[in-house]
Write a new protein. Structure first.
Length: 146
């Protein structure tokens, strides 16, 4: 099993294994150390424990890293439905900061599936389940050009 630590919450095994393979082959996700925690139809979860290299002033995690996690979660929620996509736009609200060496969790779900675009939402939590940030994004469906 490619994602032995990832929970399959009800998607087709072939799609699940394919997505796990793609996840494990993604340079940015591997470089950042992001862990895939679950995939379900139109939903996904991930986590990261950011070190000092991902912080700014007073060891706060950089907002760009938070946005990356939210964007990734929303895109992968769409991919869990068997579609490839690219981000068109996203809007993010930041509520409280998080700091180095504190696990952060992103969870996303698809909220609207159109013929050409998809809307998804994601929440970012700390390990105490305090809401750190929320995001809503629009994604364009694209043909898989690999």
């Amino acid at each position: 099993m490619i994602c032995s630590e990832t929970e399959n919450r009800g998607i087709n095994d072939d799609l699940f294994n394919s997505l796990c393979q793609i996840w494990n082959g993604s340079p940015v996700l591997q470089t950042l150390g992001v862990k895939l925690t679950y995939l379900g139809p139109g939903e996904m979860g991930l986590k990261l424990c950011p070190g000092l290299e991902y912080t700014t002033v007073k060891e706060r995690v950089h907002g760009g890293l938070s946005a990356t996690l939210l964007d990734t979660a929303m895109g992968w929620a769409i991919m869990s439905l068997g579609h490839s996509c690219v981000t068109v736009d996203m809007y993010t609200n930041y509520y409280i900061p998080t700091f180095r060496d504190n696990e952060i969790i992103a969870e996303a779900q698809v909220t609207h599936m159109g013929k050409r675009t998809v809307v998804a939402e994601a929440n970012l939590y700390n390990n105490k389940r305090q809401l750190l940030a929320q995001s809503r994004g629009t994604f364009a469906l694209v043909a898989d050009d690999r």
